[in-house]
Design a protein around this ligand. Structure first.
Ligand code: F6R
Length: 624
């Protein structure tokens, strides 16, 4: 959430800052701004709304500067407008600050600074930082020391970029439990919240550690702890394989990413699953392509795996839904009790893990603050750690002893689709892997599971080929104000994910329920105006799910279902059927979600919503 960038060197700063910001827009798009030093004077330009508004402003002003910082905002304190947009400046207009994170004691500091005569121009927590720095600077005109003194007064977790017209040859970057990378060029240096933003200029990067400050000039970078002690760190090399950020003819990235799912699945599966006759191999550090700091693969010994007595999974949002499926798979195949926690919900609670627990953190971005906090807590208690992420260079990847990287490439659309499928695939692989090691499934069963798993990408292709039918059904429900999704067992998470996608993309209120829970309360909301979407696949809970759907039908709800081809009961009971190829119940979460992703997409597109960047969202949720 919120993206910070910086540049200093021989080139014009504003096009570079803009290019860096474009790579970080996924972190928030409520407003954007830059502060550059133009002919010795600080010049701040900012604009509410998408980055394109700032781009237009910069194109019209074209500030001549070779040093600057920039920001793209996801609002926490203060509505998204020009005033609250970053950078924020001090009273004299000489220092500018961009900020990612939350300053928890900002109210107290604001009162203190106000009593000292400082006036506030915005409602943001960020503004206290710039006044604090300025207040400290007045004491000794030492910017580095002033920042260090100011930072010590701040509570919370944060990353900062700071420039001052009194020191036009440098940028200061501060990292406190966030991510900030300095990209090293030739006589020029770059700053960004995500190293992806500097990759277009350099592949040599220094990542700031926790509670660290960087003084960046054109000729070098000096790192300091918050106690002012200088530290040395060598740069790491970024993976240079090109990212393809192109809609490839699709109307939206989201639709393209939904269509990429068969390929993504095949790539994730083929990495670990060579042949159904062979055991799954998750110990693949030989495939490491990243910084060399990351432990790719699962390296637990057979003894350690056999000694596990509990699995705890931490995740948020869509990753949480994937983890709910993961829990059921792990319990079913490996027989180890597994709990899944919404990472934000364990704050302030006891985390009951120990040295026999495998703690799994699942996060597409690998930067979700709550997920990282849960993981750190589990790690501090001695649990084995495993990360499942799409970003091998993320914070999460560096924190875990074991790592499964989903092979999705960049997911541009803010709503997660292909990464959900890849996270599911990772759980299937992990569950089979652990079950083979612990001997909880026979060789034949393991082979059968691997054969089934390999069939899933083709089934998804078959669903995608029915896209037109799904669109025709979907748009009929586009005017609904409330939609209810129900499912049982392995497809309860599918119902939750279907509801989340619809809410995010179309802004229609939608809720997902365990189908059996409908009659315990939610059924009260049903009438002829509320579509109920049931995930109904053959298996242990088919009949019961069908009965729950009948209960909804008796309340005159509009009835839609996801069911397998040839399901006559479904055709009789529901007004519309989104058909998927016949599938073993165990694997159905990977296919049943696809028509729901498409349904949400088609409704949102029909309603003219901003499909790839829905309002109020950010792809990387780095605040708690
Ligand atoms: C939904 C979505 C979010 C994320 C959640 C966790 O489409 O994208 O719910 O799943 O913010 O993000 P990661 O996986 O990056 O930890």
């Amino acid at each position: 959430m919120c993206g910070i960038v910086g540049y200093l060197g021989p080139s014009q700063a504003f096009p570079v800052l803009l290019n860096e910001l474009k790579c970080l827009e996924y972190r928030g798009y409520d407003s954007a701004g830059v502060a550059v030093i133009e002919e010795g004077r600080l010049c701040v330009l900012k604009a509410a709304g998408k980055l394109s508004n700032l781009e237009a402003l910069l194109e019209s002003k074209r500030p001549k500067a070779s040093v600057g910082i920039g920001h793209t905002r996801w609002a926490t304190h203060g509505i998204p407008n020009d005033q609250n947009a970053h950078p924020h400046t001090d009273k004299s207009g000489t220092v500018a600050v961009v900020h990612n994170g939350i300053i928890e004691n900002h109210e107290e500091l604001r009162d203190e600074l106000k009593s000292l005569g400082y006036e506030f121009a915005s409602e943001t927590d960020t503004e206290v930082i710039v006044h604090l720095v300025s207040h400290e600077y007045a004491k000794d005109q030492d910017l580095l020391q002033s920042i260090l003194r100011a930072v010590k007064r701040l509570s919370g977790i944060f990353a900062l970029g700071i420039v001052s017209q009194k020191h036009p040859d440098r940028i200061y970057a501060v990292n406190h439990h966030y991510s900030l990378s300095v990209g090293l060029g030739d006589n020029e240096n770059f700053l960004a919240s995500d190293s992806m933003a500097v990759r277009q200029y350099t592949n040599r990067v220094i990542k700031l550690d926790q509670s660290e400050l960087a003084e960046i000039t054109t000729t070098g970078v000096r790192l300091f702890t918050f106690d002012g002690k200088e530290v040395k760190r060598s740069p790491i090399a970024l993976d240079t394989s090109p990212y393809v950020i192109d809609k490839c003819g699709y109307k939206h990235f989201l639709l393209k990413e939904i269509h990429e799912q068969p390929l993504v699945l095949r790539q994730t599966l083929s990495k670990y699953l060579r042949h159904p006759n062979h055991p799954i191999d998750l110990n693949i550090d030989h495939l490491s392509t990243g910084s060399g700091e990351t432990a790719y693969g699962v390296h637990l010994t057979e003894e350690e795996i056999k000694g596990l007595d509990r699995i705890s999974v931490f995740a948020c949002g869509t990753a949480y839904h994937a983890s709910m499926v993961g829990k059921l798979l792990l319990e079913e195949l490996v027989g180890i009790p597994c709990e899944v926690e919404i990472a934000s919900e364990i704050r302030g609670r006891k985390v009951l893990v120990n040295e026999s627990t495998l703690a799994i953190a699942v996060s597409q971005s690998g930067e979700t603050a709550d997920t990282l906090a849960a993981l750190k807590e589990a790690k501090s208690k001695g649990a084995y750690t495993l990360g499942i992420t799409n970003r091998a260079d993320s914070h999460l990847a560096h924190l875990t002893q074991n790592l499964m990287v989903t092979e999705c490439g960049i997911e541009v659309s803010v709503a997660a689709t292909k990464t959900y499928l890849a996270q599911l695939a990772s759980f299937y692989l992990l569950a089979i892997y652990l079950a083979e090691k612990r001997g909880t499934i026979s060789k034949e069963r393991a082979k059968e599971l691997k054969v089934q798993l390999n069939l899933v990408p083709t089934m998804i292709e078959q669903i995608l080929a029915r896209e037109e039918q799904i669109r025709d059904v979907s748009v009929k429900y586009a005017e609904a104000h409330d939609v209810v999704f129900i499912g049982r067992g392995l497809n309860f998470p599918t119902a939750l994910e279907g509801a989340l996608k619809l809410k995010e993309l179309s802004y229609i209120h939608a809720s997902g329920y365990a189908a059996g829970e409908l009659k315990h309360g939610p059924i009260a909301v049903l009438d002829q105006n509320v579509p109920v979407i049931t995930v109904l696949v053959p298996g242990a809970v088919y009949e019961k799910t069908l009965s729950n759907a009948q209960e909804a039908r008796a309340r005159k709800a509009k009835m839609i279902c996801v069911a397998v081809d040839g399901d006559e009961q479904a055709t009789k009971t529901f007004d519309a059927v989104l058909a998927i190829p016949p599938v073993d119940e165990l694997f159905s979460p990977m296919t049943s979600v696809v028509p729901l992703q498409l349904l949400s997409y088609f409704i949102a597109d029909y309603l003219g919503k901003d499909v790839d960047q829905p309002r109020n969202l950010a792809k990387s949720v780095t605040v708690e």
